[in-house]
Design a protein. Structure first.
Length: 436
């Protein structure tokens, strides 16, 4: 079985490849990349005319909540991977705040077994502490053996500094990065949105930026002390970014990610009390959003990750105070970044591949060959001319909780290949998922 992708414009900074090329895929392996591949025998070759479309290496989302086991009403490994495929992610790292928590090898094995049948590659993240409670370390060595690529108590901070110190010492000896959810619970309290002008006029309980920054500072100090590799999850403030920049200059092994929602929306979006704007850390003020964008542009931000946090309609129902925190992000990430940031020239597609491919692969120690002859390619095709409306009915994720519902986005992922096999085809606007 041969597949010929004709005339797509490639953006592949891994292989320094850019420009229009034809790509031949034979038996799922990229066998040829060149300016004009002639395939006369059209019987056993399927030809796709990709003139005007872009081809990128498959993207990695290193921060995803797949919810299985335990919260299958919110998302399953199957549906989360379908959403990833539709969003252009060929590899996703899944957070351990499931039920049971992925703090043990059996749960990690369960996730891996389910993921084998799913559409994209899944990389499990293990819990730092037992049951994610921050009280007692998980069996980090066994988790590593079971195949986790990182450790995190995401959803909650490790409040006890001594426990975080020991976690970092173990993580360093097992060569696992710590992905830290930075939040001082005493400072965030029962807050529901960013502390500032809007929390005051809306009468909603505030979460100050310092609740996040104080923990970023602590974890940087602990990483310096222990030599651990530290990755700051969903960084959302200007001051936090300065702390990371300073740590990098001091040679500390630290990286950070920001989410599309923190780059796109500020806290004025909470004005309609839409529970889909409720997320942790909260949407920050304009100044922070501007600083995060600048941080991406300057290369201080290593990674853009969605923190895909699907919830049911019921979880998000009712008053803002009681709604669950989280935004469903896999399917809108690339299009919304394209619409708001790439088209406005904050960065380009090569940067996107660095932020959502090369850098997450480096942090999680994953192979990332890009589009190269001899490999089973993870690649995606993006149509910059396709405008689409975000609608509940067409999202593959069970989580419809996004403030982008009803909004028009520019550009869309239209083909996704995982290990050389097409798993998603939206060329004809049908959003087809392909299992076999
Ligand atoms: O908004 C969030 N939702 N932030 C987190 O840290 C956890 C996540 C979740 O698990 O729903
Ligand atoms: Zn998260």
């Amino acid at each position: 079985m041969k597949l010929l992708l004709k005339k797509g414009k490639i953006f592949d900074p891994v292989n320094n490849l850019s420009g229009e090329y034809d790509i031949l895929i034979e038996n799922r392996v990229v066998s040829k990349i060149s300016k004009n591949i002639m395939e006369k025998d059209s019987k056993d070759v399927e030809i796709y005319d990709l003139n005007g479309l872009y081809i990128l290496p498959g993207l990695i989302d290193m921060h995803v909540h797949l919810r299985e086991p335990g919260y299958e009403e919110k998302e399953t490994i199957k549906t989360g991977c379908e959403a990833a495929a539709a969003g252009g992610f060929t590899t996703i790292a899944c957070m351990p705040n499931t039920k049971p928590v992925a703090d043990n090898p059996a749960t990690v094995e369960y996730i891996k077994a389910k993921a084998e049948k799913a559409l994209v590659n899944v990389v499990p993240v293990g819990s730092i502490t037992k049951n994610g409670e921050g009280k007692e370390l998980a069996e980090i060595g066994f988790l590593k053996e079971a195949g986790v690529r990182a450790l995190s108590d995401d959803g909650n901070p490790v409040m006890n500094s001594e426990i975080m110190r020991r976690a970092m010492e173990y993580a360093a000896s097992f060569m696992l990065p710590i992905i830290s959810h930075c939040e001082d619970k005493n400072l965030s309290g029962d807050g529901v949105m960013n502390d500032g002008y809007y929390s005051t006029i809306l009468g909603l309980k505030p979460i100050p930026t310092v609740a996040e920054e104080i923990m970023i500072a602590r974890d940087i100090l602990l990483a310096e002390y222990t030599g651990a590799s530290l990755h700051i999850a969903h960084l959302s403030t200007e001051r936090g970014l300065e702390l990371v920049l300073d740590a990098k200059r001091r040679g500390i092994n630290v990286s950070c990610e920001v989410t599309p929602h923190h780059l796109l929306f500020d806290d004025s979006y909470v004005t309609g009390y839409d529970p889909d704007t409720k997320v942790n850390p909260p949407l920050r003020d304009k100044r922070d959003v501007t600083a995060l964008r600048e941080g991406v542009k300057m290369g201080i931000v290593d990674v853009i990750a969605t923190d895909h946090a699907p919830h049911t309609y019921e979880d998000k129902l009712g008053e803002y105070d009681y709604a669950a925190f989280g935004i469903s992000g896999l399917e809108t990430a690339v299009s919304s970044l394209y619409t708001e940031l790439i088209l406005k020239e904050l960065f380009d597609f090569n940067d996107l591949v660095r932020l959502m491919g090369i850098n997450p692969a480096r942090i999680l120690k994953l192979d990332y060959p890009g589009i190269r002859v001899g490999t089973r390619a993870d690649l995606i095709v993006f149509d910059p001319g396709r405008n689409w409306k975000v609608e509940k009915e067409t999202l593959k994720s069970k989580g419809k909780n996004t403030p982008l519902l009803g909004k028009e986005l520019k550009g869309k992922v239209v083909l996704t290949f995982v290990k050389g096999k097409m798993v998603y085809n939206d060329l004809e606007n049908k959003g087809v998922l392909i299992y076999e």
